[in-house]
Design a protein around this ligand. Structure first.
Ligand SMILES: [Zn+2]
Length: 455
């Protein structure tokens, strides 16, 4: 922090950059919220012994749903889902409607703590709580601020629960707050959130594009996660999802497209031409049985998210690499490094910090200390191998965000993890009971839009 003495992380092996891979043996000096030097600490520095550790840039989860954090272990008493739509109807569209301010606060605290503990210092979140819309993003922001986690938040606009007015307004209100000329919150930014083409009318999609342009940001939206998104779009508009987004002005270089599993060659070319970012979520796609994103054809701007399956980007990158190699043995290990670097670039764009995701002098001081004493030489050409086969979130010792130590010795410096867990357990019980009272969601694009002239 400004005014505080510099902090020197001494004696570590340092990953200065993921892509291109750059490794050094040097001290890292943090001051004023930034990396200020790689080398000898200035007099007056507070020294932290990091010998026998690895210091690397904090990771970024480019697509998360913190609101899902209390779903873990939730009883499921309906018939097993037979399709992606039935997963939404039976699980997520019941859970999000049951959220209230307390369960949402606990979700954000639990999800945020887990992210930090795994070495993830920024979460790009996509939020939905249709019965508690107004102010919901503030609840998440306050919880994450309490933890010291950096975030980019948005509210998921959708018409599956009726008119989209309140959800649009929540994005607008929050973006106005995070863009306030009188002082932007240092660790908080916004985007315009949208669920997916198949739950959005043309009027609302155009409103989303207009809002994003007005706030000089992008739309964060699920794209072709399941075939039903493409099918609905072809039936209603005679075009594919990315073509529809492009025509509506959503497909910009600031757009964040989650999944893109079922896009075809023409859509891939549109995504690339627009320089939009795709956030792939390999573990979620496997878990939902929706297929695999053709990320090898999507160009360089492919980031990684968890889609709500925790906040561990080391684990996500490893599974993503193994899955890529299962289908194409030629996938280089550097694929995972590039994806993590792209995820950081998404956050860097939102914060106007092109060095975010590196430990170069001038970068925001988002850094992770792992108790990882490499048993083999640790050199730039081997970094991908250490990431794929050695690094684990369980080894995270200390985490710095904006230069502040927010995790020390594996524990939050800001909150009592046991108290958070106890409050979350109480909130989860109440939330699960509320979910039990709700029948499966009835929205089905096949019938919902019938009779409405969308063309
Ligand atoms: Zn998602």
């Amino acid at each position: 922090m400004a005014g505080s003495p510099p902090i020197a992380l001494t004696g570590a092996t340092v990953v200065v950059s993921l892509d291109p891979p750059e490794v050094a043996s040097c001290d890292v000096v943090l001051a004023g919220g930034r990396v200020v030097a790689l080398g000898a600490p200035p007099p007056g520095s507070v020294r932290r012994d990091c010998s026998g550790t690895l210091v690397m840039p904090g990771n970024v989860c480019a697509h998360h749903h913190l609101y899902s954090a209390l779903a873990r272990g939730m009883p499921y008493r309906l018939a097993p889902p037979g399709s992606f739509l039935e997963i939404l109807q039976g699980v997520w569209w019941r859970l999000d409607r049951a959220l209230d301010p307390e369960s949402l606060r606990c979700s954000a605290l639990v999800g945020g703590l887990e992210a930090l503990a795994a070495g993830t210092t920024t979460v790009v979140d996509h939020h939905s709580s249709p019965r508690f819309v107004d102010g919901s993003l503030d609840v998440i922001a306050d919880a994450l601020e309490e933890l010291g986690l950096r975030s980019v938040l948005c509210y998921e606009v959708s018409e599956r629960d009726g008119p989209s007015t309140a959800a649009l307004e929540e994005n607008r209100r929050f973006l106005a707050r995070t863009c306030a000329p009188s002082g932007r919150p240092p660790l908080l930014r916004g985007m315009v959130g949208a669920h997916a083409s198949f739950t959005l009318s043309e009027e609302t999609l155009l409103a989303l594009a207009e809002m994003a342009a007005g706030f000089v940001t992008g739309v964060h939206i699920h794209v072709a996660e399941d075939e039903l998104d493409e099918r609905d779009c072809l039936e209603r508009f005679g075009r594919r999802v990315v073509e529809r987004l492009s025509a509506a002005g959503v497909l910009t270089d600031k757009a964040l497209l989650a999944h893109c599993v079922h896009v075809d060659g023409g859509e891939v070319r549109l995504v690339e031409a627009a320089s939009a970012t795709v956030a792939c979520n390999p573990r979620s796609n496997m878990n939902n049985g929706v297929g695999r994103s053709p990320f090898e054809r999507l160009g360089g701007r492919v980031a990684l998210g968890t889609d709500g399956i925790g906040g561990d980007m080391l684990a996500e990158s490893q599974v993503g690499l193994f899955r890529a190699r299962e289908l194409d043995l030629g996938t280089p290990g550097s694929w995972a490094l590039s994806r993590l670097a792209e995820s950081a670039r998404v956050a860097g764009d939102a914060f106007g910090e092109p060095l975010l995701g590196t430990l170069r002098p001038g970068a925001p001081a988002d850094a992770v200390v792992l108790a990882y004493d490499p048993p083999t030489p640790f050199e730039p050409e081997g970094l991908a191998g250490h990431l794929a086969f050695g690094l684990t979130g369980a080894a995270v010792r200390d985490v710095f965000v904006g230069g502040e130590p927010v995790v020390e010795g594996g524990r939050s410096t800001r909150v009592d993890g046991r108290e958070v867990a106890a409050a979350a357990a109480r909130a989860a019980k109440a939330l699960w009971e509320a979910v039990e009272q709700l029948p499966p969601h009835r929205f089905d694009p096949g019938s919902a839009w019938r009779g409405k002239d969308e063309r």
